[in-house]
Design a protein around this ligand. Structure first.
Ligand SMILES: Cc1cc2nc3c(=O)[nH]c(=O)nc-3n(C[C@H](O)[C@H](O)[C@H](O)COP(=O)(O)OP(=O)(O)OC[C@H]3O[C@@H](n4cnc5c(N)ncnc54)[C@H](O)[C@@H]3O)c2cc1C
Length: 383
């Protein structure tokens, strides 16, 4: 029997980052994943890191703080697996100058003429250039993050809790952290309804020099250190019959568009931004990212919804009940719903969660499990 302080279920950006920060705190950590390291959305991600412009609000402030923290963190961790050359946000109906007013992120406006001076391969586009943006190699980072932890390929179906320890087959742990992405959670989390949004990344070789990342409704990366560029988008939908993720995306039968159509669409969208010469497809990745309605990611201790509602039925009527007195699963935490910014949020959230676990520092309300719990409890939809 192996004994650890923490078991992390899910070896994506969320799981590997929290494993890293807990290991840095001197804890013994095991990580498990049924698909292998970065076998879910994280391995498929284009892994672009960009600021979120627009009038300042709680969400873009959170994204931009996370970006600052995470860029610095990644550059120190593996400098040669991250390319920080900035991003051009191309103007479209939703992204115009008016949207940038009151925005405190500095940018340079580049029209088509200026862009074509940089490279004749730019199409007739114009946009805003932000220098604090990058693209990284997701697999390299996930592997590096869990150095010093034990990793097992394992499909966890259930766990039991007895005498202050959880048992999962031959592993005993004091604490579990669920970092499961779009998969069904191993305990009931009715207040955290995850919607999967599917996407595609194509790594290609080209003789064209792409000076920086380009983003419109899809993303095109700069030439990365491995000699490829990544094209990525997460817009694909399932047909209405099936939405539960029972297999990995590359084996999934339920896309509305065939793989051929998905690839063609993405290549056409990339071509509308820049002509990529001598293009050769190297690898295709598919994945599904986990999103919830509020867009904010979620971290913290897992509240037992049923037990808490039984203990305090009047929560439904708006009675204020302190978060400390709710019923929690013992030593069970979650880090999930990283949305389209899993690599921007990963290190930032993991740092906050690890400090909360080790030093009991507070979790910002907008990221907390409590916020979602109270929201559902007060909708009176569940008794
Ligand atoms: C095509 C695509 C492009 C994207 N582009 C970007 C981008 O440019 N920038 C960005 O920041 N983000 C991007 N994202 C989003 C980003 O990939 C996700 O937000 C992030 O990877 C989520 O990480 P995660 O660890 O929460 O989930 P995942 O990476 O999906 O990891 C969850 C893991 O849990 C495992 N698991 C679940 N249940 C169990 C169980 N019971 N037992 C064992 N293992 C289990 C799964 O196998 C999976 O590997 C993109 C996503 C996709 C799909």
């Amino acid at each position: 029997m192996k004994i650890y302080d923490f078991l992390i279920i899910g070896a994506g950006s969320a799981g590997c980052n929290i494993a890293h920060f807990l290991h840095q705190e001197g804890k013994t950590v095991a990580v498990v994943d049924r698909e292998g390291i970065a076998g879910g959305a994280s391995g498929a991600a284009g892994a672009f890191l960009s600021p979120l412009a627009g009038k300042q609000n709680l969400y873009n402030t959170c994204v931009n703080e996370a970006l600052k923290f995470s860029l610095d963190f990644y550059q120190k961790l593996i400098p040669d697996a991250i390319d920080k050359k900035g991003v051009l946000r191309v103007i479209n109906a939703h992204f115009k100058e008016e949207k940038l007013k009151d925005n405190n992120i500095k940018y340079d406006y580049l029209d088509a003429k200026k862009l074509q001076k940089i490279s004749k391969n730019f199409r007739e586009i114009d946009g805003y250039f932000y220098k604090n943006a990058a693209v990284l190699e997701p697999m390299k980072f996930c592997k590096k993050l869990i150095e010093g932890c034990d990793y097992y390929t394992k499909d966890v179906k259930e766990f039991t809790f007895e005498n202050d320890f959880y048992t999962i087959e031959d592993i005993k742990v004091k604490n579990i952290i669920l970092a499961q992405g779009v998969s069904n959670p191993l305990v009931a989390l009715p207040y955290m309804q995850i919607s999967p949004i599917f996407g595609l990344r194509i790594d290609v070789k080209t003789t064209t020099a792409v000076p920086f990342n380009i983003h419109k409704s899809i993303s095109v990366s700069t030439n990365k250190q491995d000699g490829t560029i990544s094209l990525g988008a997460t817009h694909e939908r399932h047909d209405t019959a099936k939405t539960n993720c029972s297999t990995t995306c590359d084996k999934c039968q339920f896309y509305i568009n065939t793989e051929e159509v998905q690839i063609k669409t993405l290549l056409n969208q990339a071509d509308a931004l820049m002509k990529l010469e001598d293009l050769e497809i190297v690898k295709i990745y598919k994945g599904a990212r986990a999103t919830i309605k509020s867009y904010f990611p979620v971290i913290g201790k897992i509240i037992d919804y049923e037990k808490s509602m039984k203990k305090y039925p009047s929560i439904k009527n708006g009675t204020k009940i302190s978060a400390d007195t709710l019923e929690y699963y013992p030593n069970l935490y979650v880090i999930n719903a990283l949305g389209s910014r899993g690599f921007v949020f990963g290190p930032y959230l993991a740092k906050i969660l690890s400090e909360n676990i080790i030093r009991d520092t507070p979790i910002p309300k907008e990221l907390s499990t409590q916020k979602l719990f109270y929201k559902l409890a007060r909708t009176k939809l569940i008794d």
